[in-house]
Write a protein of this length. Sequence first.
Length: 75
Amino acid sequence: MSQVIPPPETSETDEENPLRRVHFRLWQISMSAVTLLVTLWCFILHPIIGIIASFIAKHVLVAILAAGLTRPKSQ
């Protein structure tokens, strides 16, 4: 049986400010919405431009998602 590593202990100082977390999530949602709206606008201009914009939007959305992922702090 493999050994299980217990999760690191968190203290009060490790916790992030809840208001900052909400602000960041709202930023993520708004930037995702702007990305989608710009992509839809490109489809209105021309279908080929819209397809190219959708390729770029895919990478932008993944970057926005990756910005919100947190890693455990190294000790």
